[in-house]
Design a protein around this ligand. Sequence first.
Ligand SMILES: [Zn+2]
Length: 315
Amino acid sequence: MKSLMLPLLLATACTTTIADHPFEPADVPTTSTGRLQDGAATWSHEAVVSARWEVPLKGVVNLDHPAAADLHNGPVPIVLPVHVLQHPEHGTFIIDTGIPRGLAEGDTSRIGNIGVKQFVKTMQPEQPLASILEGLDGPLTGVFLTHMHLDHLLGLPDVPPGTDIYVGPGEMDSKNLNNTLVRSTAMAALEGHGTLEVWPFEQARSQAGLAALDVFGDGSLWALHTPGHTPGSTSFLVHTEEGPKLFTGDCSHTFWGWEHGVEPGSYTEDHAENAESLQHLKTLQALFPDIEVFVGHELPGEGTGVAAMEADGGR
Ligand SMILES: [Zn+2]
């Protein structure tokens, strides 16, 4: 989570949750006997860059991992993507929310902490969520949050009230010091939205070592529990017209991390659990040799900032 880079503004070392908001188990089929690989290729997908940002490499890659020995800490470019998924019957969904129009236009009134304000001001807006949604054919049906870190929640003020919002379990149980800094902003992002729908992973069948929910019961879109970065971190496997696509969320922020099997750095809560989830996700490449992978904060074809750090020795 980016807030680890924030100046420590706390006078007290209290810990808190990121937000208080009502939640309930999502009403999705849990008795599906389908397999991950059997879904029909029925979704369309577009990746949109909502904002660009720069963060320290040590946040997004565990530099203590032996495979990262040649990497050095320094600023790396990242993107905040919004993935738009459309289906002829199920409707239109987005994975994560990018940034809202207000923030893109310089309005930081919803950012509740001066340190966080300074921090998000360094984002370079490209397409705020409101613009992305205005460009769609129909209304937004639902939002799939990969997890509840601020850079994935910020766009929620542009989501129409009443839209279903789905998250993994335990996201609002997790307590840490950084939440004290970002909580008011997270609460403002959630304001006006209804009860959050929580994936009932405890009832899901395990596939490829991961609790896998067949969200629409037709095998076309799977929510995969990939805990570690946060307790409820969720990845998605979607059968699109262009083939199977995997959206890792922040189980891997970078393609370098994905390719080397190295979990994120200081932004991750539980390194061992994150690394295990990442290894399970990587086994999907054996099931789907043509799978296209979308990591949390880079896009395919844009190059990876981490590789550049390696090439020039981090200087
Ligand atoms: Zn994160």
